[in-house]
Design a protein around this ligand. Sequence first.
Ligand code: CA
Ligand code: CA
Ligand code: CA
Length: 190
Amino acid sequence: MADEKRLLSEEDVHYILRNSFLVEEEMRQWYDNFQVDCPDGRLDKPRLIEMYRKFYKKGSPEEFCDLLFRVLDRDGNGTVEFMEFLLALGVMTSSDPNERLKWAFRLFDINQNGFIEQSEMVSVVSALYEMLGRHLSIDGEEEGEEDMASAVENAFSRMDINQDGQISQDEFIEICKKVPRLARALKLDR
Ligand SMILES: [Ca+2]
Ligand SMILES: [Ca+2]
Ligand SMILES: [Ca+2]
């Protein structure tokens, strides 16, 4: 516990327990993992990419990590502190699908204007393609890169319920719950 004070104050611990679905034991476990990967208590972008490379050996996770890092680094100081990491983790492992989808929405809303534009969806999906080595399935079938644009267009228009050319958070959450296969393809499902 003495060591943990470097990364987390008691106040932080209470904040996370109050605001996430993590229990204290899980938090301590993640603390140990985080410390192995990031001995200085901070995660920078190259290290995040390194972590993802271990899981996606055939793909290139750089682009995706770029997008992910932006969401993880809440205060935008260029590194992900353990606290920020835990907050994201708390949401991603939440048992409440609304919380998980709200988090995913932020990943898609790259310019943070509160809506997902089609170009943003293309960016995120193509980053996923790159990471997975171009084996992403939107409608149950494996698709090549040339199909990606039309698959995204299709997904986008299904999500854009009021057809105003952009996807609001409500539309996003509603359709992801209604069409779990779509959510799965976009890696929003666990
Ligand atoms: Ca930060
Ligand atoms: Ca946007
Ligand atoms: Ca809309």
